[in-house]
Each structure stands twice: as structure tokens, then as C-alpha cells.
Design a protein around this ligand. Structure first.
Ligand code: FE2
Ligand code: FE2
Length: 199
């Protein structure tokens, strides 16, 4: 079963790239002129995705890479950068969208994440592909399983922000076509089960 999962899951580096693309897509949907409810839903979706992604990297990907390369500066600064990201997430959660600092705090988070993602994609992911190509499948399967667990534990939160951010998905969910209840959960289920149900 674990061999099958290894084959069906994306490699660790592909999974990380997919997460990055998904979060960048959420960034692009945010506009200052949106309604407060839509902004808060998008911000919440962004924050949950980032938190889960950072946890997966910290629990699995970074330690595996560090075993092989403890001198990669970008890897060492990833931890404080995740900490700064979490600080901004905490600030955003303590505000509402009508707060005068809401948009600027969100854009600060976007700027930091873009910088962090660029470092990972230009340095860490290529290093992992060079140093441990044979481990990427197993690590990807581990991360996909862990993601499914983390998403299940936050399912209510994810469903609520998905329905407010992407109302078209609410209709799909109501029709019962997406059992788990969100694009994110749907994607995770595809990765784990290898079912071609992605949108
Ligand atoms: Fe990261
Ligand atoms: Fe990342």
C-alpha cells in the first residue's frame, strides 16, 4: 500500500511547487475593492494553506534536506521566515477587513511569501532534486498523507472560507460531487487516492 501511495503521490518537490502555485493563485484574487466578507474569506483560505504548507515542510522536507546539506543558508533562514509569516497571520486573524491596516498587512504577507517561495524554488527544491532524488517519492507520499490529516482536522474552517471565497464550489459541494468539501481537500484526496477527479 505504501509503495502504491509512493507511486500515486507527487514527489515532495512537485507537491511543494503545487502548493506554491495554489497560494499564489489565492494572492491574485485579492483586491482592495472586494467586499469585507470576500477579503476575509480569501485571507483565511490563504492563511490555512500557508500554515499547513509550512508545517509539512518543517516536519518532513526541511529535516530530510538538512540531513544531507546542513550548510544551505536558504534552508536555515526558512525557519525564521516561516515564523514571520505566522506572526503576520496572527495579526491578520486579530483584525477584520474594515481595519485600516488589513490590506497592507495582507500585502506584507504576500511580499514575504513571494520572496520565500522564490528562494525555495530557485535553491532548495533544485538542491533536493540533486541530493536526494531517490527519496522524493517517499517524502511526497508522507507529506500528502500528513496534509490529508491536517486538512481533516481543519475541515470546518477550510469549508467555510472556500464557500465564501469560491461560491461556485458551494454548488458543487451541495450537489455532493465533492465529498470532502473544498478544492484543497479534493486535491489532497486525489493525491492520496490517485483518483482523477481534479478540477
Ligand atoms: Fe517554506
Ligand atoms: Fe514552500
Amino acid at each position: 500500500m505504501s509503495t502504491l501511495l509512493n507511486k500515486l503521490s507527487p514527489s515532495a518537490t512537485d507537491l511543494i511547487r503545487m502548493d506554491h502555485s495554489q497560494v499564489l493563485d489565492t494572492f491574485h484574487q485579492f483586491r482592495s475593492g472586494l467586499s469585507a466578507a470576500k477579503k476575509e474569506a480569501l485571507v483565511n483560505a490563504t492563511c490555512v494553506s500557508l500554515e499547513i504548507h509550512a508545517q509539512l515542510e518543517e516536519e518532513t522536507f526541511y529535516p530530510a534536506l538538512r540531513e544531507l546539506a546542513n550548510d544551505i543558508a536558504v534552508l536555515e533562514k526558512s525557519f525564521p521566515e516561516h515564523a514571520e509569516m505566522r506572526r503576520l497571520i496572527t495579526r491578520l486573524r486579530a483584525m477584520t477587513a474594515v481595519d485600516p491596516d488589513y490590506d497592507t498587512t495582507y500585502f506584507e504577507l504576500v511580499r514575504d511569501v513571494l520572496h520565500h517561495v522564490a528562494d525555495e524554488e530557485t535553491t532548495l527544491l533544485p538542491a533536493a532534486e540533486r541530493l536526494m532524488p531517490e527519496r522524493l517519492g517517499e517524502l511526497g507520499a508522507q507529506m500528502a498523507r500528513r496534509r490529508a490529516q491536517l486538512m481533516t482536522s481543519r475541515a470546518g474552517e477550510i469549508m467555510s472560507s472556500t464557500m465564501r471565497s469560491f461560491p461556485e464550489s458551494a454548488a458543487v459541494m451541495a450537489a455532493g460531487a465533492v465529498g470532502a468539501g473544498s478544492y484543497l481537500m479534493h486535491q489532497a484526496a486525489d493525491w492520496v487516492k490517485g483518483v482523477g477527479r481534479r478540477h
